[in-house]
Design a protein around this ligand. Structure first.
Ligand SMILES: [Zn+2]
Ligand SMILES: [Zn+2]
Length: 426
């Protein structure tokens, strides 16, 4: 009987910067699942810890968000470990890591060369696939995590211990995503779970969609323009799909990195829930090609879906500066807004980045791509682990989620701490 250990290299008591090492208890060699970054108040990257690259049998990238991948190229400074990722994840990882280096190259210990080496070492995986790693020491299994297209829920079989790692996970159906494949994972010994929303409930998606359509109709009817700042990956495309169901009688523009990601999704049919709706949006909406288009889009009644989702930069910030002073317009936020971001400031303080008051209507709708606490609990219900490690969560939220879990199930709950290693015996 062989035990296994789980070490938290990042994501303990914090949302993001996830990195998990799973290995046999007495072995040096192991599997890394995710290797991400966080950002400090000045928007500088904080990298997760790494494990000596020569002992890394494989790196799994659960999905392409920077808080799961942007430390991973560090492993390619001295070694070339095998990387497992789905096709959409590896294609988006290229886009995201190159953009990350453009903005943060000064702070980064790796360069484009290491990103290239990482991408060259990707072995493409599919949902339901099993792979042996380290001469069969470990078996990896991959299931859909329901978070964004291509996101995986990873199971690492180490000795006699079956460890499941959610990555980021969603358990509800949206137009873009089918829910996580919880019914086929089977029983786990240890569940390493994200708990971003471990103490909250999201409104039903249908309600969020209705509210968005209603606001858009009101603003367009009164001759205004709607700006919808959205994350480039998944949120932007989901909003496109919600709007494609109806004709609002005005052009819909799509701007920023959302465009490139939409092109990747158009070639990732098997990872999209309602592909024909995405196709309709892609064909009918106008992709903003440059400054001439951009300068035209906001001047007449229209709907503009644009990155960046928190108005930190990108074309959405350009549009905000031009549209935010007109009371006929609306800014509809559909993404998480970090404290201190421009998006949070217009919602909570009603001020533009310039400090002037916002005169446009401001709305914030919850379209989260993370499971809420009941969704998270359903993962425990279906995989019946004896131990749960909570990561990718604020400490207070993790404590509250732990309390709820232990009141519902017969399970030991650990609030994961960075740099700690937890050992499990069969
Ligand atoms: Zn994340
Ligand atoms: Zn994510």
């Amino acid at each position: 009987m062989r035990g296994a250990s789980v070490r938290i290299l990042g994501g303990g008591g914090e949302v993001g910067r996830l990195s998990i090492l799973v290995k046999l208890k007495d072995s040096k060699e192991g599997i890394i699942v995710d290797s991400g970054v966080n950002f400090d108040e000045e928007d500088r990257p904080i990298f997760s810890s790494t494990y000596p690259p020569r002992y890394v049998n494989a790196i799994v990238l659960s999905h392409a968000h920077l808080d799961h991948i942007a430390t991973a190229p560090m492993y390619f400074i001295s070694e070339t470990p095998r990387v497992y990722a789905t096709k959409p994840t590896s294609r988006m990882a290229k886009l995201m890591l190159e953009d990350f280096l453009k903005l943060n190259g000064y702070f980064s210990p790796y360069e484009h060369y290491e990103v290239k080496r990482l991408l060259e070492n990707v072995e493409t995986i599919r949902f339901g696939q099993m792979v042996g790693v380290g001469n069969g020491t470990y078996t990896l299994e991959f299931y859909s995590a329901g978070h964004i297209p291509g996101s995986v829920f990873t199971v690492v079989n180490a000795g006699d211990i079956r460890v499941g790692i959610t990555g980021d996970v969603n358990t509800i159906e949206t137009k873009l995503m089918k829910p996580a494949q919880l019914d086929v994972i089977g029983r786990l010994d240890v569940l390493v779970t994200e708990a971003t929303y471990g103490s909250t409930l999201h409104p039903p998606r249908r309600k969020a969609e209705e509210r968005l359509r209603h606001i858009v109709e009101e603003v367009i009817d009164s001759g205004g323009t709607v700006l919808i700042p959205a994350f480039s990956i998944a949120r932007g495309q989901e909003i496109m799909m919600v709007l494609a169901e109806r004709d609002y009688g005005v052009p819909v523009y799509v701007d920023g990195m959302i465009r490139q990601v939409t092109e990747i999704f158009m070639e990732s049919r098997e990872y999209i829930n309602n592909f024909s709706l995405l196709k309709k949006a892609y064909e009918e909406f106008r992709m903003v090609q440059g400054w001439r288009d951009r300068n035209k889009a906001w001047r007449t009644p229209s709907i503009i879906i644009s990155s960046a989702g928190m108005l930190k930069g990108g074309p959405s910030l350009y549009y905000l500066k031009r549209m935010g002073q007109n009371p006929r317009n609306a800014i509809v936020l559909v993404s998480f807004q970090a404290p201190g971001s421009n998006g949070r400031k217009i919602v909570e303080e009603g001020v533009m980045p310039s400090g002037e008051p916002v005169r446009a209507r401001v709305e914030w709708i919850d379209f989260s791509s993370h499971a809420d606490w009941k969704g998270l609990a359903s993962i425990v219900e279906k995989t019946r682990p004896s131990k749960v490690i909570i990561v990718h969560s604020e400490v207070d939220v993790a404590r509250e989620y732990a309390r709820r879990l232990t009141s519902l199930y017969d399970v030991d709950v650990i609030i994961g701490e960075n740099e700690k290693e937890y050992v499990f015996e069969p």
